[in-house]
Design a protein around this ligand. Sequence first.
Ligand code: SF4
Ligand code: SF4
Length: 122
Amino acid sequence: MEQVEDNIKTFEEEKPLNAEEAEALQTIAKEMLSKTSLPCTACRYCTSHCPRHLDIPRLIELYNEHRFTGGGFIAPMVVGTLSEAERPSACIGCRSCEKVCPQQIKISEMMKDFTARLAAKD
Ligand code: SF4
Ligand code: SF4
C-alpha cells in the first residue's frame, strides 16, 4: 500500500522533465543504442525462413542484453534453459533469415558471436 501511495503521489501532478533530466535521459538512451547495436523490431519475418526454427528475435534480444550488460549472467542463464536445438549454436549459417530482414541484421554473424561469447563464459 505504501508503494501504491508513493506511485500515486509521483503521478499526481504533470511534471515534465527539465532540460538537465532530458539530457541525462538522452545520454543513457544513446549509450544503450550504441551497445545494443542490433535494431531488431521483433517483426518475426525471419522466423518462418529458419530451417532450424530458431526464435531469432528472442535470441537477438538476449544477445543485446548480453552486450549491454558487458556479459552479464541473465542471457547465459536463459540460454542454458533452452534445448541444444534452440540455442544460437544450432544456427547453420545459411543466411536464409537475412534475406527477409528489413533491418538488414547480420543474423548468422550474431549467432556465431553469441555462441562464442557464451562459450567464453563457461
Ligand atoms: S542463418 Fe541461422 S538463424 Fe538464420 S535461417 Fe539460417 S539457421 Fe536460421
Ligand atoms: S526479420 Fe529482422 S527485425 Fe524482424 S524479427 Fe527477424 S531479425 Fe528482427
